[in-house]
Design a protein around this ligand. Structure first.
Ligand SMILES: NC(=O)c1ccc[n+]([C@@H]2O[C@H](COP(=O)([O-])OP(=O)(O)OC[C@H]3O[C@@H](n4cnc5c(N)ncnc54)[C@H](OP(=O)(O)O)[C@@H]3O)[C@@H](O)[C@H]2O)c1
Length: 366
């Protein structure tokens, strides 16, 4: 791609433009002044004909069909796994490069799975598809990568506290609606969260915690894990290029609107103190460290912000020389989806990596 192509801008399609991630994608493209020549919002038949606003202009949402990708340079896809399965190959066939937010291609051989600033160079080997990791994996990666480089990561135990926005706009609506109806019913005999039907989540989410995100795995060593938990395991290994990394996870849905929080216990090859880890993380781009325990981050404070916040860094008392505990918080809609996707698009165009294979000779500018 020539400098003039970059100046003219690109035709960018947003697949899932009416969704939570889609609306953040549009906003972040504006915010970061990504060179968009033409924006093409795509969604299902249901919302085709509605409009989205981009740089002050109303743009009509089109139905996502294979033909809709004609003439598009970059597709930012967030319409769910089955839609990506059907339409991403169609877009690639028409010469588009697709940055896919769904889980569809993340572990596919030959598809780079990338967190901006962590493994950007992997993008150059794309064959038309670049995958964005799961939101709970994405925010861990800048922290784990920096600490792995410094002290040699051996084992990770993660517990997630994931907001309802991770389940899209219907997830946010379910939390708000069930919370409101519990308040309305207070004082009446049928009060209580158990009275409320759960549709998006498998149990009532208001004033509750749900220890299941996605389906349960059956059989093998991962028997009894949820797919969400296995995503953290396999995606972390792929992004960090550490197939040997010992990772285990428990994923919990919490009644928080936006922002995922994660408790992580890390074990290192080299001895490490909390102060040494804080020093490393303070020099890591995109990471903000709270040195004092009382300055711990919260999802509400992280909402709408770009960094990954880390606090409560302390020794693991069961492994005080080589182990640390920490609390990692970020805006899942930005770090875990839309911001990362736009940053990957920026890496693509900055390095002239848009054309498949064209970039292989170029040194990375990351
Ligand atoms: N939320 C997060 O934190 C997060 C993070 C990482 C990845 N993701 C992934 O991103 C995807 C979307 O998430 P979301 O939170 O934005 O969900 P969402 O708010 O429910 O939005 C879904 C979007 O997909 C569109 N869509 C649904 N069926 C379609 C079809 N058959 N053809 C074309 N478009 C269709 C919807 O269009 P209509 O309005 O027309 O129905 C809507 O624009 C999911 O795969 C999710 O796993 C989400």
């Amino acid at each position: 791609m020539t400098a003039s192509a970059q100046e003219q801008g690109y035709t960018v399609a947003i697949l899932g433009a009416t969704g939570l991630v889609g609306s953040h994608l549009i906003h972040i493209l504006e915010e970061r002044k990504f060179p968009v020549k033409k924006l093409k919002p795509l969604a299902s038949k249901r919302t085709a004909g509605s409009t989205v606003t981009f740089n002050g202009q109303e743009i009509i949402v089109e139905e996502a069909t294979p033909e809709a990708f004609e003439g598009v340079d970059i597709v930012l896809a967030s319409a769910g796994g089955s839609v990506s399965q059907a339409l991403v190959p169609e877009a690639v066939k028409r010469g588009c490069v697709v940055i896919d937010n769904t889980s569809c291609f993340r572990l596919t051989e030959g598809v780079p799975l990338v967190v901006a600033g962590v493994n950007d160079a992997d993008i150059q080997h794309h064959n038309g598809i670049i995958a964005n990791p799961n939101c709970s994996t994405a925010q861990l990666m800048p922290v784990f990568k920096a600490l792995d480089d410094a002290f040699g990561l051996e084992r990770v135990i993660v517990s997630t506290y994931q907001s309802v926005s991770g389940a899209g706009k219907e997830g946010m609506d379910e939390l708000m609606d069930t919370t409101r109806s519990i308040f309305k019913l207070m004082g009446q005999p049928q009060e209580g969260a158990s009275q409320h039907e759960a549709k998006v989540f498998v149990r009532p989410i208001a004033f509750n915690l749900v220890a299941q995100i996605d389906q349960f795995v059956e059989g093998g060593v991962e028997d009894g894990y949820t797919k969400e938990e296995t995503k953290v395991i396999h995606e972390s290994r792929k992004i960090l290029h550490r197939p040997d990394l010992k990772v285990t996870a428990t994923a919990i849905r919490v009644p928080v609107l936006v922002g995922h929080s994660e408790s992580a216990t890390l074990e290192f090859k080299k001895p490490v103190s909390p102060q040494e880890a804080m020093d490393v993380l303070e020099n890591t781009p995109d990471v903000v460290v709270a040195r004092k325990p009382q300055d711990f981050p919260t999802p509400v404070e992280a909402t709408g912000k770009d960094p990954v916040y880390v606090g409560r860094i302390r020794r693991d008392t069961s492994n005080p020389e080589h182990g640390l505990n920490m609390w990692i918080v970020a805006d899942n809609l930005r770090i875990g989806a839309a911001l990362n996707a736009v940053r990957l698009a920026e890496v693509l165009v900055k390095n002239n990596w848009l054309k498949k294979g064209a970039a292989q000779q170029e040194p990375a500018q990351v």
